[in-house]
Design a protein around this ligand. Sequence first.
Ligand code: ARG
Length: 259
Amino acid sequence: MSKKTIAYLLMGVLLLALGLTGCGGQQPAGGGEKAAVLKVGTEPSFAPFEFQGENDKEYAGFDMDLIRAIGKQMGMQVEIQSMGFDGLIPALEAGNIDVVISGMTITDERVQKVSFSKPYYKSGLTIVTKQGNDQIKGFGDLAGKRIGVQIGTTGADEAKKIKDAQVREFNTPPEAFMELKAGGVDAVINDKPVNDYYMKEAGSKDAQQVGEPLTSEDYGIATAKKNTELSEKINKALDELKKNGEYDKIYEKWFGKKP
Ligand code: ARG
């Protein structure tokens, strides 16, 4: 064999090897080797935490940036799926998704079913009423009123505790705001940072936010109870992002101030 032939042969073998590993990387086998994909569930009608802008292809928001940064830190590819808020925990329990990040409050009831990361955002509930309504000034004025909430949320839980209130549950907070505008409900109970954003972006000509926050709530990233390893990894990534300044950067981007 000439030197040239050997060189060509070697090159051929090399290219073949490269091609094979290339394919392997793109299509990991379903059975043996596991693809490093982190399946994330969220209910994306919750700006500025998770939402889809008119011209956006990808979901945007504080939670979305945070989970992408966490995925990167863990060396995993993040895949985000949209679902109803009340379907998120069942999807985790069924193993259809690996994590939930969705402005989800860490509550005693949820802790029975899933694990939460360390708190990553402090929130609370406030009231939104129609612009000019001077009867509802706080939570004490909601007895007997028609209240709109998002189904499955802490806002819905609190609304149901109010005496004689007629609680109407909507799939998303924007639907509850629309009903407020249409006069079908007297008030909406929802998370303060989301109400703030709504007032700033669109709501202030139709709506007003009233009263002091009723609750103090911590948002956490949820994982399946049996997946303790993932929960630890997420906490570790969260710590690292806080240390290296990335968390602060994302926070400032969405809230315009330091955490
Ligand atoms: N923090 C509230 C809760 O956990 C509301 C969260 C709603 N999140 C959403 N992405 N729609 O119940």
